[in-house]
Design a protein around this ligand. Sequence first.
Ligand code: ZN
Length: 81
Amino acid sequence: MSLARGPEDMVCSARECENSATCAIIWSNPKIHTGRHKTWLACQDHRQFLVDYVGYRGFPVEVISLEELTEREGEHRGEAD
Ligand SMILES: [Zn+2]
């Protein structure tokens, strides 16, 4: 299991899943991610699983296409982190 895998690999974020991602799940934990968000990638099989996983905890969650994810990352590129 690789913990170093990042969104740039475009592989599903579900544990032990090697499928290519088809969408991105943007979520945040308001208690620890103040003004920030986490990005998970999801294949068709795990999209609903991951949305439910986050939604169950009451965290804000949004599903976007990979194209939109790329656009958003482009917007943020160069900003101070
Ligand atoms: Zn998957």
